[in-house]
Write a protein of this length. Structure first.
Length: 319
């Protein structure tokens, strides 16, 4: 489907919003708000060249990252809670969003990286149509928490170049308890299967920058709350061991994690290495791990503060 037709269709869906699995059916065009509390106009916290993503996303020039506010998950431990739950950010018009994309490309970014795009897909498509008419040509990255509607993801075929979903849980009870979502495993896995069908494995340029494909993020949480081993089994059996993985050790007990004793701590080296070794045992060999020791022994430079213009500490340290 071409962008103009898709844009019109998605706008009609917002009349009774079923963009994500919550199926709130509120009229967002008229300003009604459902689970995510998002209206019609996109709310954005920041648009910046970001150097803290995985190597093929950030590259040497940085990822043109647009951080959207609001979210269709309410993760008790969300490190982006200032924007996902506290709604930090300002409203953009569609032309302003398109201009933001163009400005990032002019700054030399490798891609336009939409962070938490799920609930803003119609607005993103509209802005992409406008931006591409004005010369936007870098790849697009769909950087999602993974609670997506596979029917909507299917509509993005040929539009999104790189999918970068979290696969956060393999147990629906854990997803309900810690992120307030229902049937996460079903929606997450069906969406990821559709993403893989569209773009296949990650394809890199000669410089090692992602051009197209799927990169799955796996956040290691205390006590294996996410059930990553079962997720790895799914990826191997339903997709391929050639899928690129980002196994993340950056969990921090922030936001409301203190309410859950099992969440209110950093992960251990053993918990992290256990996941990495299991992935290796299953035959996965493409992707990235993080240095657990350095992340847990010093203040993390990549923990965001969206109330500061320089969102990440590594920018502040450059002054």
């Amino acid at each position: 489907m071409k962008l103009p037709e898709l844009s019109e269709l998605l706008d009609r869906i917002l009349n009774k919003c079923v963009i994500c699995p919550h199926d709130c059916r509120v009229n967002r065009i008229k300003g009604e708000k459902g689970f995510c509390r998002a209206g019609y106009r996109p709310v954005i916290s920041s648009a910046m060249l970001h150097h803290g993503e995985e190597p093929p996303i950030s590259g040497a020039g940085g990822s043109g990252t647009i951080f959207f506010s609001h979210c269709n998950m309410k993760c008790a431990y969300c490190q982006n809670y200032q924007i996902s739950q506290e709604s930090e950010g300002i409203e953009y018009s569609i032309p302003e969003l398109a201009e933001s994309m163009a400005g990032l490309q002019n700054s030399g970014c490798h891609n336009i990286n939409f962070v938490s795009p799920t609930i803003w897909i119609p607005q993103i498509i509209k802005a992409l149509f406008a931006a591409r008419k004005k010369g936007l040509s870098v790849p697009t990255v769909f950087n999602t928490g993974g609670y997506d509607n596979p029917r909507i993801i299917k509509m993005l075929d040929g539009i999104i170049d790189v999918y970068m979903p979290d696969m956060r849980y393999s147990d629906n009870d854990m997803a309900r308890k810690y992120s307030s979502v229902e049937e996460y495993v079903l929606y997450n896995r069906e969406s990821v299967k559709e993403m893989y069908r569209q773009v296949g494995g990650l394809k890199l340029s000669e410089e090692g920058v992602a051009k197209k494909g799927l990169l799955v993020r796996l956040l290691v949480m205390p006590g294996n709350i996410g059930g990553i081993k079962k997720t790895l089994d799914f990826i191997k059996n339903e997709l391929s061991t050639d899928v690129y993985l980002s196994i993340m050790a950056q969990y921090h007990p922030v936001y409301k994690a203190f309410k859950y004793p099992e969440l209110n701590r950093m992960i251990t080296a053993k918990e992290y290495l256990d996941v990495v070794r299991y992935a290796e045992k299953k035959g996965f060999s493409y992707g990235w791990t993080q240095d657990h020791i350095s992340l847990s022994s010093k203040e993390d430079l990549f923990m965001p503060d969206f109330k500061d213009k320089k969102v990440f500490k590594y920018y502040k340290d450059e002054d």
